[in-house]
Design a protein around this ligand. Structure first.
Ligand code: K1U
Ligand code: ZN
Length: 178
């Protein structure tokens, strides 16, 4: 098993639209294991393959209290959205330190393949519905901050670029003192 590096916004690769998995084989099962390990280690409640620079339609989710109920979604599709919506304060492992309210459908129906390539369907509400929609956005190259106003997106980008400049400066200073 391996911990995979998570791409950080505004990395352009996060905007790649992921391709369907052609065959659920040992390569995909290894990817699922590595993604699950990476999600639990972060820690997070979901992870899309796009976030680890693999542009195939694979998602792992675990919204259980104990972190022992892994949901593996390969080629997931949302087949129904409720008309009712809910607002949830979302976070993202690709946008560290940013949490903001996003409005999405309260309930969704999802179809997908499991890690053995077997089709299954389920109904989701609450955090699971939020998480499914957030992860499927990643597969379509969309990061949750793109649901926010342009003013908020610009503020987030400014803050991230400032943090990157400071981190670069600190790394350079460290090099000089060693
Ligand atoms: O896709 C991701 O970046 C993972 C993201 C999923 C998500 C969380 C909340 C709302 C929508 C989607 C995260 O897991 S962010 C971290 C997080 O929510 C969390 C971290 C530790 C414990 C519990 C939750
Ligand atoms: Zn995310």
């Amino acid at each position: 098993m391996a911990l995979l590096p998570i791409l950080q916004y505004p990395d352009e690769r996060l905007h790649t639209v992921a391709k369907p998995v052609a065959q659920v084989d040992d390569r995909i099962r290894q990817l699922v294991k590595d993604m699950a390990e990476t999600m639990y280690d972060a820690p997070g409640v979901g992870l899309a393959a796009s976030q680890v620079d693999v542009h195939e339609r694979v998602v792992v989710i675990d919204v259980s209290e104990e972190g022992n109920d892994l949901l593996v979604l390969i080629n997931p599709e949302i087949t129904w959205y409720s008309e009712e919506s809910q607002v949830y304060e979302e976070g993202c492992l690709s946008v560290e330190g940013v949490y903001d309210k996003v409005e999405r459908a309260s309930e969704v129906k999802v179809k997908a393949l499991d890690e053995n390539g077997k089709p299954f369907e389920f109904h989701a509400d609450g955090l699971l519905a939020v998480c499914v929609q957030h992860e499927l956005d990643h597969l379509d190259g969309k990061v949750f901050v793109e649901h926010l106003s342009l003013l908020k997106q610009n503020r987030i980008l400014t803050r991230i670029r400032k943090q990157q400049r400071e981190a670069k400066k600190a790394a350079a200073a460290e090099k000089v003192t060693v």
